[in-house]
Design a protein around this ligand. Structure first.
Ligand SMILES: [Zn+2]
Length: 512
């Protein structure tokens, strides 16, 4: 079909159907002019915040590329009965925006281990490696020693701040692991995953490093099975063999952690009711592991057994913010990535909406003048948003115009992944297929069991003290250094030498 024909068809279709999505007010040019004027004024009124950041609230959307970002915004609006495109997510309100280049030292397109080492430890490295520099080789233990790099979480702890990790994956997964572990393999979750030769050379598993390396005040996510001796029945799924403890060394790291915290108020919980009973005012340490492995997708979550990422974010902040020196908290929306790997855009977008709601909770509980809040992704996914859908059309729907094979296609598709399908020499006929369900797998151009990552830059959003340092296009490893400078932790302390920490004025309640 020629582009002229297509435009004519589109125009005709818009004439017939156009009124269903568009809003009357948008036909008035004054609507756009006054909206722009309000935006302009708010940008003009913005003041540079050069305070020393007391707190760092770092939100990491795993696999949350810009397409995911846009599509989740539309979904969020549509869940509130809006057309969606005009919706303002919490993430949309961050005044400072930059891009991060995500490649790793060895690959053009990275994984979550190499990227987490970059933005948390400030050093780019190789695929699959955590908390080691690029002289460390994937899976080769003897290249680990001497090549360890530490993270912003440790720098913040060393500066007297409280620190925490909140994730929707297992707490030993690549992203959270890079805050506390050094491992040439991201897969060494428990000692049962570490090859005997690597053990002999002195390498240890990630779970054991969780309780050993840095004294972490709040640990929330999944991953119970890596903490207990092999065969230990899971409290929630006692009959499920796969959920049982994995450790060959017989250690119970949960018990060891409790003993290590003797004399402090340290709570271990694994279900929602015990979690709800944790009083942040009187709790020094919290370890909450809600599943044997990763948590469930938000849309599959049992709200009586597991809290949402909004609830876990709130609990973590309330515990950490008791420290007068402030805190560092990593909150990971970790299953956006996993849903994309399955080619399930529905799940990925719902995970992203929940993540956005957790960010809103974070902003509500902190004050902009003392808290540097950053939102970013580690890498993108090959999700594309295409076609000419009408305004307000379901983000999980089909293009109103069919392709040249006379078949419809969804406006969200994947470059590769499990959605590749050819039926009788043609793409599958979606005319009678519901594409809006949570199990629907969008079409992909090349067959793969699991969608890969993709390599375009990711967005970095920032607000609070020194948030303007994140403007521009930078290497992903720069982010750790910018955070550390803003908070005056780590090696470079110029910022607090130039500018002393402002006296905390609790009367400033209009901070948000
Ligand atoms: Zn991934």
């Amino acid at each position: 079909m020629g582009s002229t024909t297509m435009v004519a068809l589109l125009t005709l279709a818009l004439l017939v159907l156009g009124s269903c999505g568009a809003k009357v007010q948008e036909e008035d040019p004054q609507f756009w002019r006054s909206q722009a004027r309000r935006t302009l004024q708010s940008v003009l009124d913005r003041k540079l915040n050069t305070n020393v950041a007391k707190n760092i609230l770092f939100f990491l959307g795993d696999g949350m590329g810009i397409t995911t970002f846009t599509a989740a915004r539309i979904l969020k609006g549509q869940l509130q009965n809006q057309t969606g495109e005009e919706t303002v997510m919490t993430m949309d309100t961050f005044p400072n925006v930059g891009l991060a280049k995500t490649y790793s030292v060895d690959f053009q397109i990275p994984d979550s281990a190499a990227t987490a080492t970059a933005y948390l430890c400030g050093v780019k490295t190789n695929l699959n490696t955590i908390g080691v520099n690029a002289a460390g080789r994937n899976g080769i233990c003897k290249t680990q020693k001497g090549n360890e790099v530490t993270s912003i979480l440790k720098w913040a702890k060393d500066a007297g701040k409280s620190v925490g990790i909140v994730t929707t994956t297992r707490v030993q997964h690549a992203t959270p692991a890079a805050t506390y572990a050094h491992s040439v393999s991201r897969k060494w979750y428990s000692d049962a995953d570490v090859p005997e030769s690597a053990k002999r050379e002195g390498c240890t598993d990630i779970a054991s490093q969780l309780i050993k390396n840095t004294d972490i005040d709040v640990i929330i996510g999944g991953g119970r099975k890596y903490m207990t001796p092999r065969g230990t029945k899971d409290p929630e799924y006692p009959r499920d063999f796969l959920s049982r403890g994995k450790r060959k060394d017989g250690r119970n790291l949960i018990k060891e952690w409790q003993i290590l915290k003797t004399g402090k108020v340290a709570r271990y919980v694994w279900n929602k009711s015990d979690f709800d009973a944790v009083d942040p005012e009187t709790t020094d340490y919290l370890m909450a592991l809600f599943e044997p492995g990763d948590l469930r997708f938000e849309e599959d979550r049992n709200p009586s057994m597991d809290p949402s990422i909004i609830e876990t974010t709130e609990k973590a902040i309330r515990i950490l913010q008791k420290n007068p020196k402030g805190f560092f908290l990593l909150v990971e929306g970790g299953r956006i990535d996993q849903a994309h790997h399955d080619g399930r855009a529905y799940m990925a977008l719902h995970e992203t909406v929940a993540f956005d709601n957790a960010i809103a909770k974070g902003l509500e509980l902190t004050r902009e003048e003392e808290t540097l809040t950053i939102v970013m992704a580690d890498h993108s996914h090959p999700l594309t948003f295409n076609g000419f859908p009408f305004r307000g059309q379901s983000i999980l729907g089909k293009s109103p115009l069919w392709a040249t094979d006379f078949l419809p296609y969804t406006t969200l598709m994947y470059g590769n992944g499990p959605g590749y399908k050819v039926v009788n020499g043609k793409r599958p006929d979606l005319r009678n297929v519901t594409t809006k369900g949570k199990d629907y797998v969008q079409l992909s151009a090349a067959p793969l069991e699991s969608t890969t990552h993709s390599g375009e830059d990711v967005a970095v959003l920032a607000r609070g003290p020194m948030a303007h340092l994140l403007q521009g296009i930078h290497e992903q490893s720069y982010v750790a250094h910018a955070m550390a400078y803003a908070a005056c932790v780590g090696d470079d302390l110029r910022h607090c030498q130039e500018q002393p920490m402002p006296e905390l004025d609790t009367s400033l309640s209009s901070a948000q």
